[in-house]
Design a protein around this ligand. Structure first.
Ligand SMILES: [Zn+2]
Length: 404
């Protein structure tokens, strides 16, 4: 293991929680929010979020390691990195959340509600503080800001990246060297990265492996260093371990194709009694009709062939599982080409498709049309499905696709 990624902190998952995530009461929540900062502005900025889910301490641990190495070794550094802790109260408790998922509720209305209750207990208070911190960090010119959000999963499996499918996000994420999963933001509403993406920065989620696996901390750390190189903060030659880190990330995801798209999400509710069939790994192949779990109403089956993604093996969370499908690189090249040509503006001339009044970025699509013109075509052109109403689909063009 390289100098940068080896660390005395690595001593098992329980030790993480006990030793590292017992955040000192002395400073209070406010100062614990900023895990650390290195470098100066003006210049490119990398904003890192860790522990938005309290049972996912690996991100916080990795960010501490990166920052302490930067402060120790003081490499030439362009711009600034800042690392922010997510759900501090839930991190202390070692739970995904106390009252509600902090990676939901980032709609304008949800944020407005949280902002009016900064002293509130549990997630309302956490969200209010996060909003204040993020507003400050996102001040000024946003064209040079990258934001990464560090997570882990309840199932075992290789590390990967999740991103809203914009050309800019793709370009950044492909330099990290991990498989990409596109389009999860179409399935989950109100995630934090969604609102940040809409505000202009390039964004990416990193899923480093299983929650309590110490290797997940290593993968997170490597991915953050790669993001520092990709963002132009560090020159590759100033990080002697860069090559071995890249190799380790490549090795961890060796058997996977590089790009997936999310096809399906199984929503679950507390009253559903949903349980996942044990033993699935992230990206394990499944067939249509395969029994993947059970709920109150009986067996739960996979709706189509593909790979299982984020199967739920913890008691908290509202995503039962997802199905993803491999994407051929040629498809991505085609979609990048079409978006650059702005072919999307032609879609509105197709039968059954109407531009929304006063909203240039929104298309209303007759569901009878959508039966033969699938969502894939809209994805190709840079639209995401944002709503389904009776008889109509609403597609919205992803903002900041090509430029800020
Ligand atoms: Zn998470």
């Amino acid at each position: 293991m390289s100098r940068v990624v080896s660390s005395p902190e690595r001593s098992g998952p329980e030790a993480h929680r006990q030793a590292d995530l017992r955040l000192s009461g002395r400073d209070g929540l406010e100062s614990e929010r900023i895990i650390g900062r290195y470098g100066t502005l003006p210049g490119p900025r990398l904003i890192c979020l860790g522990g938005l889910h309290g049972n996912e301490p690996a991100g916080v641990l990795a960010l501490r390691r990166v920052l302490s190495t930067l402060h120790e070794t003081k490499p030439p550094f362009n711009g600034q990195i800042v690392a922010i802790a997510g759900n501090i109260r839930a991190l202390r408790a070692g739970r995904r959340f106390l009252e509600r998922d902090l990676n939901r509720g980032w709609s304008p209305r949800g944020m407005q509600r949280a902002e009016t209750s900064p002293g509130a207990p549990a997630e309302d208070g956490e969200q209010a503080q996060l909003i204040a911190v993020l507003r400050k960090e996102l001040e000024g010119d946003r064209s040079g800001i990258n934001v990464i959000d560090l997570h882990t999963t309840s199932a075992d499996g290789p590390p990967f990246l999740t991103l809203a499918d914009t050309i800019r996000n793709r370009a950044f994420a492909r330099r990290i060297g991990l498989p990409l999963v596109l389009g999860i933001e179409e399935q989950i509403n109100g995630a934090l990265l969604e609102v940040i993406t809409t505000a202009g920065p390039v964004t990416m989620g990193i899923e480093a492996g299983q929650h309590d696996d110490p290797v997940s901390v290593d993968h997170h750390e490597r991915a953050v260093w790669m993001a520092l190189i990709a963002g132009g903060h560090l020159a590759e030659e100033d990080l002697p371990e860069a090559e071995s880190m890249r190799e380790a990330l490549g090795e961890a995801s060796r058997d996977l194709p590089m790009i997936f798209e999310v096809r399906y999400r199984k929503p679950v509710d507390d009253g559903d009694g949903f349980t996942m069939r044990p033993g699935y790994l992230n990206f394990q192949r499944i067939s249509a009709g395969e029994v993947v779990g059970h709920d109150r109403d009986g067996p739960v089956t996979a709706p189509e062939d593909g790979r299982i993604f984020l199967p739920l093996y913890q008691d908290q969370g509202d995503d039962g599982f997802f199905v993803v499908r491999d994407v051929r690189p040629a498809w991505l090249r085609l979609s990048a080409g079409l978006r650059r040509l702005r072919i999307s503006s032609l879609a509105r001339w197709l039968p059954g498709i109407h531009p929304a009044r006063r909203r240039e970025d929104v298309l209303i699509v007759d569901r009878r049309v959508a039966r033969w013109l699938t969502a894939d075509v809209f994805h190709l052109l840079g639209y995401r499905k944002s709503r389904v109403t009776r008889g109509w689909y609403v597609f919205r063009r992803r903002s900041h696709d090509l430029k800020v």
